[in-house]
Design a protein around this ligand. Structure first.
Ligand code: AMP
Ligand code: MG
Length: 649
C-alpha cells in the first residue's frame, strides 16, 4: 500500500495513486488493532463536578438504601397480628407508646402487642412493629390510645432496608454519562467522589493556504475554515476535549512543527485537507516521520471520503480527514468517532434508524461504500427519503439533511422505489409540516419566514423546476415552485401542469443583463443593445447558464448563432453568474434583478420570468398548505418580496 513512507525528494507535482484502497471495515479494523486494547485513564472528581463526565469504573452500592425499614406514611407503627379482627363495625383499640418517631429519630421502645407508636413518613420502624396504619384511618381515644377500623397486612406502608438499592448491587456501569439522576443515585449511597474517564485531548488542525478563520475578511481565492469548527465540535460531542490549533499553511516545515507540537500535548491529532495526494498535500508524508507504526490505512473505499488517512504514531491516533467539509464529517463520524468514544470510555454510539422509500434512482460508484444524505418527508404511504445531492463540497447538505443512507460497495445504484434504512442525525424523526420541492428562490425564504416563526416546520428541497414537478406528480410534496417557459405557447408554467396539480401564482423576477457598474461598454443601452455591444468586442467575456434553465432560453435568443468567449462557461445558478462578473472572470451575463443588486452590479432589465407554485390538489386542505397560501397572499410578504426586488403576481 502507499502506506510505506515516500521518498523525500519526490516531485511535488507527481500525483501518486492510492495503491491499495481498503474497505471501510478493513481500514477500521487495522486502525483499532493498532490502538487497542488500552486503559481508559480516569480521574477522581467530586460528585458536583462530575456532571457530563463518563464513569470510568463500575460503582457498587456500599450501603442499603433505605438503610433501615422505614414508614412510607404518617401514622402508627403496629403489630399487624393485633388488627386481624379490625373492621368498620369492630374497631380495635391500642395503647400509644410514649414515643414519637420523627424523621431522624432512632426508636427506643419496642411495639408490644396491643400497642402502637406514632411515626412520621421516613421514620425507622421500631422493634416489634411490622406494619404502619395511616393516621387518617385511626381515631384518637383520649391522649393515650387510638382506635383502628381496618386490618393491616404485614409490611403495609413499610419500605424495607435495601429495597431501593441493595448493598453490593451494581449501581452504575462504567461508560455511563453522568447526569442529574446518576448524581442522585451516588448521593443516596453516600458517594462523594467518582472516577470519570479523562476526556482524550484531541488536537485539531486545518491545512491549506486558502483557509481563513471566521470573523476575518476573505481575500480573493480564500475560503473560510469550516472543518476546524466542525471537527472541534464533533470531538466535544463524542467525549473528547478539542484543542483547535488553527489552520496551517501548506508548508512542510511549518506543518511538521505544528503536528509535533500537537502530539506532545494531546492524546490524538485530527488534521483535515491535504490528503488527496495533490500538489502541496504533505501531511501524510510527515506522519511517516512522527512515530511507529505510522500510516495504517491511506485510501478507503468510502464515498465521500476516499482519501482518508489513518495512522498511529507511538500509540496516538493521527488522522487526516479529507478537505471537503462533508467528506470530513462523514469520515469523522463513521471511522473516527468509534475510536474516539472507545478512548473516552464511552459505549458505541447508538444511532436511531428509520425505513424510508427513495423516490429517485441514486447512482453510485461500484466498489465504494457510499453515504448519501437525505431529507425525510411524509409520503402517501410512509416516509420518503430525498437525496440531497449537492456534492461533497457542500456544507448545507449536511445541515439540511435528516440523516443518511448507505449504498453498499457492491451496488452501482439504488433503484427508485427502494425501501432504505436511514440513519438519523437526531434521536427522533421530525417530519416537516410543509414540503416544497422544486426551484429555489430567495423570495421563497421571505414568504416562509413567518411560518417558521409560527412553529410550522418547512422543508424546501432544491431540485430544479422539472424535478419539483415530477415530485409533485408523485404526490411527494405540497408545492413545486417552477419557472418553466413554454416556447410553443409563449407562456410560463401553466402548460406544464398535469392532472392533480393546480397553479398558485407566485411572483415575477426581472431577468436582465448584468455587468460591473462603470463598464462604459454597457452605459445607457437596453438589453438588446448591450448584447450587440458585447458581441462586437472580442475581449468581452460572457458567462452563460446551464441548458434547461429558463434564463438560458432568453440568452440563446439574444446571442442567436454567436458563440462569444465564455459561452461554454455554464454555471447552474443566478448567484454564480453574478460572482463571475463581480470577480472579473466574465464581463456580462444574465441574472435576476435581486441577485444583481445584492452583488452590487449594474443591471439592464429584459423580461419578467414567472415563478409560480404547482400545488398538489390532494394536499390543499392540509393546515400547513393553507398557512402557506395565506402567507403568500399576505401584505407582509408582498412588501418583503417587493423590497427584495420581486414583483408579486
Ligand atoms: P485538499 O484535500 O486539501 O486538497 O482539499 C480539498 C478541498 O477541500 C479544497 O477545495 C479545499 O479548499 C477544501 N478544504 C480543505 N480544508 C478545508 C477546511 N478546513 N474548510 C473548508 N474547506 C476546506
Ligand atoms: Mg489543501
Amino acid at each position: 500500500m502507499t502506506n510505506a513512507p515516500l521518498p523525500k525528494d519526490r516531485d511535488p507535482m507527481d500525483q501518486d495513486q492510492f495503491l491499495t484502497i481498503l474497505s471501510r471495515e478493513d481500514a477500521l479494523a487495522r486502525f483499532e488493532a493498532a490502538l487497542f486494547p488500552r486503559p481508559v485513564p480516569g480521574e477522581r472528581r467530586k460528585l458536583a463536578d462530575a456532571l457530563g463526565g463518563t464513569l470510568a469504573q463500575d460503582i457498587v452500592a456500599p450501603i442499603d438504601v433505605p438503610p433501615f425499614d422505614r414508614s412510607n406514611v404518617d401514622g402508627f407503627a403496629v403489630r399487624s397480628a393485633d388488627l386481624v379482627s379490625a373492621g368498620e363495625a369492630r374497631p380495635v383499640r391500642v395503647k400509644l407508646n410514649e414515643e414519637v418517631i420523627a424523621c431522624g429519630t432512632a426508636p427506643t421502645r419496642p411495639v408490644l402487642s396491643g400497642t402502637a407508636t406514632s411515626i412520621a413518613t421516613g421514620g425507622p420502624l421500631p422493634r416489634g412493629a411490622d406494619a404502619v396504619v395511616m393516621v387518617e384511618h385511626t381515631q384518637p381515644v383520649g391522649a393515650r390510645a387510638i382506635e383502628i377500623r381496618r386490618a393491616a397486612s404485614p409490611g403495609q406502608f413499610v419500605s424495607y432496608a435495601g429495597s431501593d438499592i441493595a448493598r453490593g448491587e451494581a449501581l452504575l456501569r462504567s461508560g455511563t454519562v453522568i447526569g442529574s439522576r446518576e448524581i442522585g443515585m451516588c448521593a443516596a449511597c453516600g458517594i462523594a467522589e467518582v472516577v470519570v474517564a479523562r476526556r482524550p485531548r484531541v488536537a485539531v488542525i486545518s491545512t491549506g493556504d486558502e483557509l481563513v478563520q471566521p470573523g476575518r475578511p476573505l481575500a480573493p481565492a480564500e475560503i473560510y475554515d469550516t472543518n476546524g469548527a466542525i471537527v472541534a465540535a464533533a470531538v466535544n460531542e463524542n467525549g473528547g476535549e478539542a484543542n483547535f490549533l488553527g489552520a496551517v499553511a501548506d508548508d512542510e516545515q511549518k506543518l511538521e512543527a505544528a503536528m509535533r507540537n500537537a502530539l506532545e500535548t494531546c492524546d490524538m491529532l485530527v488534521l483535515s485537507g491535504g490528503t488527496s495526494k495533490g500538489a502541496g498535500d504533505l501531511s501524510h508524508r510527515i506522519i511517516a516521520r512522527l512515530g511507529k507504526p505510522g500510516i495504517v490505512a491511506h485510501g478507503v473505499a468510502l464515498k465521500p471520503g476516499k482519501p482518508l488517512c489513518l495512522a498511529v504514531c507511538d500509540g496516538k491516533p493521527v488522522v487526516i480527514l479529507p478537505g471537503f467539509p462533508t467528506s470530513a464529517m462523514f469520515t469523522f463520524h463513521d471511522m473516527i468517532v468509534p475510536v474516539l468514544r472507545r478512548m473516552a470510555g464511552l459505549p458505541p454510539r447508538s444511532d436511531a434508524k428509520v425505513m424510508a422509500k427513495v423516490p429517485v434512482r441514486i447512482g453510485s460508484e461500484l466498489g465504494r461504500t457510499e453515504f448519501v444524505m437525505v431529507s425525510l418527508v411524509d409520503g402517501t404511504d410512509g416516509l420518503i427519503a430525498y437525496p440531497s445531492g449537492k456534492g461533497s463540497g457542500a456544507i448545507t447538505s449536511f445541515a439540511q439533511a435528516d440523516g443518511f443512507l448507505k449504498i453498499d460497495a457492491l451496488a452501482d445504484q439504488m433503484p427508485a422505489g427502494t425501501e432504505a434504512e436511514v440513519t438519523l442525525f437526531t434521536p427522533h424523526v421530525r417530519v416537516p409540516d410543509l414540503v416544497i420541492v422544486g426551484s429555489h428562490c430567495t423570495g421563497l425564504d421571505l414568504v416562509t419566514a413567518g411560518l417558521a416563526h409560527a412553529g410550522i416546520m418547512v422543508r424546501s428541497i432544491a431540485v430544479g423546476s422539472l424535478g419539483g414537478l415530477a415530485a409533485a406528480k408523485r404526490g411527494e410534496c405540497d408545492f413545486a415552485p417552477i419557472h418553466l417557459f413554454d416556447e410553443r405557447t409563449g407562456t410560463y408554467n401553466v402548460p406544464f401542469l398535469g392532472e392533480g396539480l393546480e397553479l398558485v401564482p407566485g411572483w415575477r423576477r426581472m431577468q436582465g443583463i448584468v455587468f460591473r457598474r462603470g463598464d462604459a461598454r454597457f452605459a445607457g443601452l437596453d438589453a438588446q443593445g448591450a448584447v450587440r455591444a458585447a458581441l462586437a468586442d472580442p475581449s468581452c467575456i460572457m458567462v452563460n447558464r446551464n441548458q434547461g434553465a429558463g434564463t438560458r432560453i432568453l440568452i440563446d435568443r439574444l446571442v442567436s448563432e454567436a458563440r462569444p468567449d465564455g459561452y461554454w462557461n455554464q454555471p447552474k445558478s443566478h448567484n454564480a453568474v453574478a460572482a463571475a462578473i463581480a470577480q472579473h472572470r466574465a464581463d456580462w451575463g444574465m441574472t435576476i434583478a435581486p441577485v444583481a443588486h445584492e452583488a452590487g452590479l449594474g443591471f439592464i432589465p429584459l423580461a419578467e420570468e414567472h415563478y409560480d407554485f404547482a400545488l398538489v390538489t390532494a394536499r390543499k386542505n392540509r393546515p400547513a398548505v393553507q398557512a402557506f397560501l395565506r402567507a403568500l397572499a399576505s401584505e407582509e410578504s408582498r412588501t418583503a418580496l417587493e423590497r427584495a426586488g420581486f414583483r408579486k403576481a
